[in-house]
Ligand binder design. Structure first.
Ligand SMILES: Cc1cc2nc3c(=O)[nH]c(=O)nc-3n(C[C@H](O)[C@H](O)[C@H](O)COP(=O)(O)OP(=O)(O)OC[C@H]3O[C@@H](n4cnc5c(N)ncnc54)[C@H](O)[C@@H]3O)c2cc1C
Length: 389
């Protein structure tokens, strides 16, 4: 990568535009979105009007062509106020990525164009009740019947399933083959046999509900298969996860920034022992530590996004994406803990945003590979000599 740490004029304009939108449209709604635990259609409309749904989608498919870095910049701004609104933007990439990596030109045009215009929404279906981190052990089964595939299985914790017009679904084509038998399928809403299960009751990020997705003898044509068995299909799965990790990291950056800001706003006013609490060095250092880690995490995240935009999403580069995801989300978790502490009892109350940030942040250390899985990826890369100094 080049060592230019400055954003381009276009990227700076994007940040300014999203910052305004986040302050005007998202910040006033964030507490209610959490309370109601309903997908906020008004925020989706705001994104649509601002052209943000296609920020990462190539211009050739109707998007803004600003890549994963553009998406990360936008997500970082909105996640300062509402982590769920950040996830809504992330979902413009996650379910689409398997199509971009393994689909036909026609599929790319239809689904990428549909997402960019706001006509289509998707859901990415990998996890199962008994297969999360160990994705290669998933049990959803795809059986070939002539030129059709028949898919049966249950997917768990699927973000945005209730709003999705299409689903990218991982399935095993050859029991016992592990990763080599796994392929993703593109399944449209309304395909017989595909049903959405109950909405889960969850701790945070409540504006984007998760559901089970149940597949009972769902029949799709050969063209619905995104990549081939024998390893290529699993590469689509891994490439998708790798390429979205910087976007999860950006949600972490935003959440950390929102938390630090909340602590600053509060701590400048609140007095103890004759002075504002942030004049006590212990608390100032807490924020200084977070700010220092945040600056590092932001550089790592932007670098990771640039790597994705250069197509570096394979095994040899995966560690860089994992480093960003691990660093930014663990930092965000620390920021939520420490900044809530700075607000004292008020941090624990729903009148202030810290209580919500504290619940929301935990998701970031679990999705797109848990913190432990990121460490496994980095550890393996170290042992295999992929890191050079
Ligand atoms: C809010 C939310 C939204 C989600 N949205 C989606 C979605 O849209 N689509 C989707 O497919 N999935 C989604 N998921 C699922 C998510 O991807 C999985 O939860 C995640 O991959 C972890 O799987 P698991 O929960 O089964 O944990 P497990 O894999 O059972 O892991 C349990 C614990 O063991 C640790 N562990 C596991 N293996 C190892 C190892 N080898 N070394 C060290 N530690 C290990 C893990 O880090 C974790 O701490 C979502 C989850 C949440 C919470």
């Amino acid at each position: 990568m080049g060592m230019d740490f400055n954003l381009t004029a276009e990227q700076q304009e994007l940040v300014a535009m999203v910052r305004r939108l986040a302050r005007e449209r998202i910040a006033p709604r964030a507490a209610a979105i959490d309370e109601e635990a309903q997908y906020p259609e008004d925020i989706f409309q705001a994104y649509k009007e601002a052209g943000l749904l296609g920020v990462a989608i190539p211009e050739a498919y109707g998007g803004a062509g600003m890549g994963t870095l553009g998406l990360c910049l936008a997500v970082e701004q909105v996640a300062q106020y509402c982590c769920a609104s950040g996830l809504m933007l992330l979902l413009t990439k996650l379910p689409l990525m398997p199509i971009m990596l393994g689909g036909t030109e026609e599929q790319k045009r239809h689904y990428a164009g549909g997402i960019a215009s706001g006509a289509l929404r998707g859901a990415f279906c990998l996890s199962e009740p008994d297969a999360g981190s160990d994705a290669a052990s998933l049990r959803t089964r795809a059986v070939r019947h002539g030129d059709r595939w028949v898919i049966t299985g249950t997917k768990n914790w699927i973000s945005g399933a209730g709003q999705a017009d299409f689903f990218t679904v991982a399935a095993q084509t050859e029991p016992g083959a592990g990763a080599r038998g796994i392929v993703m399928f593109l399944i449209d809403k309304g395909t017989p046999g595909l049903t959405i299960g109950k909405k889960e009751r969850k701790m945070g990020v409540r504006g984007v509900p998760v559901h089970q997705v149940i597949l009972e003898d769902v029949e799709v044509p050969e063209s619905a298969m995104l990549g081939q068995p024998g390893g290529q299909g699993f590469k689509v799965v891994m490439g998708t996860l790798n390429s979205v990790r910087p976007v999860v990291a950006a949600r972490g950056l935003g959440l950390a920034e929102g938390s630090i800001q909340a602590a600053l706003d509060y701590g400048r006013q609140r007095q103890t022992f004759g002075k504002p609490i942030l004049e006590h060095q212990g608390l100032q250092w807490m924020l200084a530590d977070l700010a220092a880690r945040l600056e590092g995490a932001r550089l790592l995240t932007y670098r990771a996004a640039m790597e994705v935009d250069q197509g570096h999403i394979g095994k040899a580069d995966a560690w860089k994406l994992s480093v960003a995801k691990l660093t930014a989300t663990d930092l965000a978790a620390q920021a939520a803990t420490d900044c809530l502490q700075i607000l004292g009892a008020n941090g624990y109350m729903q009148d202030y945003p810290m209580e919500r940030h504290y619940r929301d942040v935990k998701q970031l250390q679990i999705v797109e590979g848990t913190s432990q899985i990121q460490k496994n990826i980095i550890g393996r890369a170290l042992l295999e000599g992929d890191l050079h100094w």
